[in-house]
Design a binder for this molecule. Structure first.
Ligand code: 4AZ
Length: 577
């Protein structure tokens, strides 16, 4: 697929969207007060190493003013780190429960969980942003989330933010950093009342990935970092998750280098892992490497600052847009952010008989696999849904084979984005039959489709998509007129694939090679056709006609399907004589 590896092309209910975890790097205003403990003015020294979670020690009150306790009602369950008066960084796995906002409280200035300290402040939560690439299966990539508080913490001697790393700031392997929390004091051991900390050296990435491989958790270009001693003895443990791994930068400020994520047991050594039963093996502490998610954090916190100045809102009323071309920006400026609980509708109307081409230049709508939270929905003829979009990347252009398109934008009561900008223009209905190659073509009429440049050789790395909608009570017949594509046993190089539905769930036929494939018939009035080519060898491609066949009610025996093609690659259609 001609997109970077971290981008995922998804089709969902007639949807094409690209999900991309990285937002633009914007700088959150730097807080010069970050990273300082109340009585600490000296720069980092080896003396700090003598202080000795599991194998650590109880801290002095106020010595980690950035540490918070995430509480389910009154009970501590995870740690977190203050990075600004309104924002706390924690682990995504701590906040996966969709109903967590109903009970989550965040306490800062906490030291002894059984007492109420003088500076202790507990706030409810306004919203939680989990990293969209978070994968809960170990090795648990992108285990990071931002918690926005309802209200702000008042900073003082026992409540203060940690620094975020600078974009070019690196803590090298061997550097001794500190993790802290109210987690167990040994594996399956007791939970302490007071905050503990332990110093751990950062491991190099190769070493980290080798150790995790002994646990059958391969990592590759991931967001993980490891810290610990090969013989074990010191570690974070259950209940420390979400809390910080802090490294002291050159000039002394404590900087959030990682977020506590997981480990195999607690404080177990790992040097003889391969000689041990799987259950007995150990691992270093595994943390989410802040450097890898820094741009996402800055993007989200900045987005929030910008949103405060946003005036964008809309009702469900239809904003009608007429003419041969135009543009639509929602909200009005890409510097603003849409609000929660929006329902907006626009109808784009081009002159009768013309088709509409939509081109998105900017797109930022809360990502979700099924776009279930916020989304832009595109409807056309007979109010048929032709696409549902969300994510961080603009959808590819969409050519709608009708003269009107209705756009509906919905947002839920959580998270938000910068919306979208698009242009639309009227295009002639004799749009080229290869229109599916420069855009997603959504067609409502019978006609012809073909690969790009047909009958000249098609391009390498082609991705052409046509979604065909027939009127109700009709099925769609795809009849190839000519066919010339790279031959391969399982058609994994170049191919034309026909799907039953626009979600790509049911494949009806996949063809490649030089023989004209048999016609393909849809089950319903929708058909998705995808032509793709790999990076080598190109041929003349294909040309096919699309026709609609009326199904004369249920039980009709006007048409019959033959059984599936022996290799399961083609379903033939024949007319009973
Ligand atoms: C946890 O479940 C957890 N030994 C955190 C860290 C480690 C293990 C478990 C690392 O919160």
């Amino acid at each position: 697929m001609p997109v970077a590896l971290h981008k995922l092309l998804l089709f969902t209910f007639g949807i094409v969207y690209l999900a991309d975890g990285n937002s633009a790097l914007l700088s959150v205003r730097k807080d010069p007060r970050c990273g300082w403990k109340p009585h600490e003015t000296k720069p980092w020294s080896y003396f700090n190493l003598l202080t000795r979670i599991v194998g650590g020690n109880q801290v002095e009150q106020g010595s980690h003013p950035w540490q918070v306790s995430l509480k389910r009602r009154q009970r501590h369950f995870c740690g977190g780190t203050i990075v600004s008066a309104q924002w706390v960084v924690t682990a995504a796995h701590c906040v996966v429960d969709r109903y967590i906002l109903d009970y989550l409280n965040v306490t800062a200035g906490e030291y002894d969980l059984s007492l109420e300290e003088a500076e202790e402040q507990t706030l409810p939560v306004e919203s939680i942003i989990k990293h969209p690439n978070f994968n809960p299966g170990r090795p648990m990539n992108y285990d990071i989330a931002l918690v926005k508080l309802k209200g702000s913490f008042r900073f003082g001697p026992s409540v203060a933010p940690a620094c975020l790393p600078d974009p070019d700031e690196k803590f090298d392997p061997g550097y001794i950093c500190t993790t802290c929390g109210w987690g167990r004091l040994r594996e399956n051991g007791n939970l302490p009342q007071v905050l503990h900390e332990v110093n751990l050296p950062i491991l190099n990435y190769k070493e980290c990935s080798k150790i995790l491989l002994t646990l059958r958790k391969p990592i590759q270009g991931d967001t993980l970092m490891c810290a610990g001693f090969p013989d074990g003895g010191k570690d974070a443990c259950q209940g420390d998750s979400g809390g910080p791994l802090l490294c002291r930068r050159k000039h002394g400020a404590w900087t959030l280098a990682g977020v506590t994520s997981w480990g195999m047991g607690c404080a177990r050594g790992w040097i003889n892992n391969l000689r041990k039963n799987y259950d007995q093996r150990g691992s270093p502490g595994v943390f989410t490497d802040l450097r890898k998610v820094l741009s996402w954090i800055h993007g989200k916190i900045n987005a929030d600052l910008k949103m405060k100045s946003s005036t964008a809102s809309c009702s469900s009323q239809d904003g009608k847009l007429h003419g041969n071309e135009g543009s639509l920006h929602f909200p009005e400026s890409p510097k603003h952010f849409y609000e929660n609980n929006q329902l907006c509708v626009w109808t784009l109307l081009v002159p009768k008989g013309m088709h509409v081409l939509l081109n998105f230049s900017h797109f930022d709508v809360e990502p979700d696999t099924f776009c279930d939270y916020d989304s832009l929905l595109v409807y056309s003829k007979d109010d048929r849904l032709v696409g549902k979009f969300c994510g961080d990347d603009p959808p590819s252009p969409i050519l709608v084979g009708y003269n009107s398109v209705r756009l509906k934008f919905v947002s839920d009561n959580k998270e938000y984005g910068a919306g979208f900008s698009m242009t639309y223009k009227a295009v002639s209905p004799d749009a080229l039959p290869d229109s599916g190659c420069g855009s997603l073509a959504v067609l409502f009429k019978a006609g012809v489709i073909q690969s790009m440049h047909y009958p000249e050789p098609y391009s390498n790395l082609a991705q052409c998509h046509w979604i065909i909608h027939a009127p109700e009570d009709h099925v769609i017949l795809l009849t190839y007129q000519s066919f010339e594509t790279e031959e391969n046993e399982d058609c994994s190089y170049d191919s034309v694939t026909v799907y039953e539905d626009s979600a790509k769930e049911e494949e009806i036929a996949k063809s490649c090679g030089f023989a004209v494939p048999p016609p393909v018939l849809s089950f319903s009035n929708v058909m998705l056709i995808i032509f793709k080519s790999d990076e080598t060898e190109t041929f003349g491609g294909f040309r096919a006609t699309i026709s609609f066949i009326h199904m004369a009610g249920k039980g009709s025996n006007e048409y019959k399907w033959q059984p599936a093609f022996p290799q399961g690659q083609h379903r033939r259609f024949s007319r009973e004589s």
